[in-house]
Design a protein around this ligand. Structure first.
Ligand SMILES: NC(=O)c1ccc[n+]([C@@H]2O[C@H](COP(=O)([O-])OP(=O)(O)OC[C@H]3O[C@@H](n4cnc5c(N)ncnc54)[C@H](OP(=O)(O)O)[C@@H]3O)[C@@H](O)[C@H]2O)c1
Length: 298
């Protein structure tokens, strides 16, 4: 209850820009932020989906039309990021929190995957994120305050089969933001926050990169064993309100593997080799790669 009160106190009236707000974790974050009374800039490529999200926000919160800015934004179109930042600043006059959430995952073995896919993952998850961060951070440095929140992944901590490019992009984000934080020591009121979820219910599997850019996943499988989206969003906002520098938000066994990876990597590598075999088998037989060792949810 204390933490929830802190969230409300911290985020009410703040201007929060959520990227990737048209589905999944970003969409749910937007609803919870709206209920908390944050003013919202929401962006993604699909403007119609963003309008749907905005409409629901207006129904479930006391926000009004002008409190939510819908902004079409392709993270890979870096030349548009300065203008997009200026649009948010023109509308609200400030940005208190940037939530770098937009991104895509991967389901393919390295040996089968075209290098163009690796380029596209890095362009989106890594370069797109740090490009937008650069413009927003300039503004935060002028104000000497703000929060840059990045939805990384447990895949930014550990490695896993079928996701070599995705893991690389999330490790890049981890390294980048851990280093950026050390460059901002003159700005104690600017926080760099990394959120590392494990598997969460969203559209991520439907949208994964596969062996080549033209191909999508044929069968995304059952996602019901994954963490519910609202729980992930809630814990993310608790982390943001409390300036937690890095939050691992996951069910077991991923959380346990994260700890092993951090503190006893030799055991983690042994365990991941065993889990990884099953992951590849699942993938090849068309069910979700994580299906059989995630905790079943009712
Ligand atoms: N779900 C999980 O298990 C999980 C676990 C760990 C980390 N994450 C991270 O959580 C974040 C959100 O993913 P999600 O699970 O919520 O998946 P999702 O439902 O597929 O949502 C992804 C969001 O990213 C946006 N996006 C994709 N490509 C984009 C582009 N080129 N430019 C701008 N926006 C783009 C999508 O919007 P448009 O298609 O409309 O552009 C969508 O709003 C990602 O960074 C992901 O890596 C997810």
């Amino acid at each position: 209850a204390v933490l929830i009160l802190l969230i409300e106190h911290e985020l009410r009236g703040k201007v929060v820009w959520v990227t990737g707000a048209s589905s999944g974790i970003g969409e749910e974050l937007t609803y919870q932020l709206a209920k908390l009374g944050a003013l919202l800039a929401i962006s993604a490529r699909r403007e119609d989906e963003l309008q749907r999200v905005k409409k629901k926000c207006l129904q479930i919160s006391s926000l009004t039309e002008n409190d939510i800015l819908v902004l079409r934004l392709d993270l890979t179109d870096r030349s548009s990021h300065e203008a997009a930042t200026n649009s948010v600043l023109k509308h609200f006059g400030k940005i208190d929190v940037l939530v770098n959430n937009g991104g895509r995952s991967q389901r393919s073995l390295f040996v089968d995957t075209n290098l163009d896919v690796y380029n596209a993952i890095i362009e989106l998850n890594y370069l797109g994120t740090i490009s937008l961060t650069k413009y927003v951070l300039n503004h935060m440095i002028q104000r000497k305050k703000g929060k840059i929140v990045t939805v990384s992944s447990v895949m930014g901590i550990m490695g896993a089969p079928l996701a070599t490019g995705y893991c690389a992009s999330k490790h890049a984000l981890q390294g980048f933001f851990n280093s950026l934080r050390t460059e901002l020591t003159d700005y104690p009121e600017i926080s760099i926050i990394q959120i590392c979820p494990g598997p969460v219910q969203s559209q991520i599997i439907q949208n994964v990169f596969t062996e080549n850019l033209a191909k999508s996943l044929e069968n995304s499988g059952d996602q019901s064993h994954k963490m519910p989206t609202d729980r992930c969003a809630r814990l993310t906002l608790v982390s943001v309100a409390n300036d937690v520098k890095e939050a691992w938000i996951s069910d077991h066994p991923y959380l346990a593997v994260c700890y092993l990876w951090q503190y006893a990597p030799t055991w983690a590598w042994w365990l991941m080799n065993r889990m990884g075999k099953r992951r590849i088998q699942n993938f090849k037989s068309g069910i979700d790669a994580d299906a059989s060792y995630s905790r079943k949810k009712k």
